[in-house]
Design a protein around this ligand. Structure first.
Ligand code: SF4
Length: 132
């Protein structure tokens, strides 16, 4: 009959092996994901200069090409008096709830209401304050 009692020596050997496995796991996790935190911290934050560049690029952007739209879509755009340059400094497409921002700040966005390219500094009579 086999003696299944664990000796003090066996116990310490097993605990030691688990401890080493834990350290190895920690090192492995650190190698896989630990650097991510450092990488996030190293990501450059937008500077005032890049914000100025983005604003300048936005000012030069035109979003008036309606060549791909149907006559009805163009009429809707006109009836809502869409313009690339908002007459109200505090009411622009970029702070409208219906605006769909572009992936790149040098591109036109879109709108949930009217079709065609939409300028972030644009405006139409259906402007709605962005809440989220
Ligand atoms: S609803 Fe008008 S103001 Fe709002 S994003 Fe569309 S076009 Fe711009």
């Amino acid at each position: 009959m086999e003696d299944k009692r664990v000796t003090r020596r066996d116990f310490l050997l097993r605990v030691g092996a688990l401890g080493l496995a834990g350290l190895g796991g920690s090192a492995l996790l650190s190698a896989c994901g630990g650097g991510q935190q450092q990488q996030q911290q190293a990501t450059p934050q937008p500077s005032a200069a890049s914000a100025d560049t983005a604003a300048a690029a936005s000012a030069e952007l035109t979003c008036t090409d309606v060549s791909g739209l149907t006559p009805e879509e163009i009429q809707m755009r006109e009836s809502l008096e869409y313009t690339d340059h908002s007459p109200y400094p505090d009411k622009t497409c970029s702070n409208c709830q219906l605006f769909i921002p572009p992936e790149n700040p040098n591109q036109c966005g879109a709108c949930q209401l009217i079709k065609g390219p939409i300028h972030p500094n644009g405006y139409c009579t259906s402007w709605v304050q962005k809440t989220t």
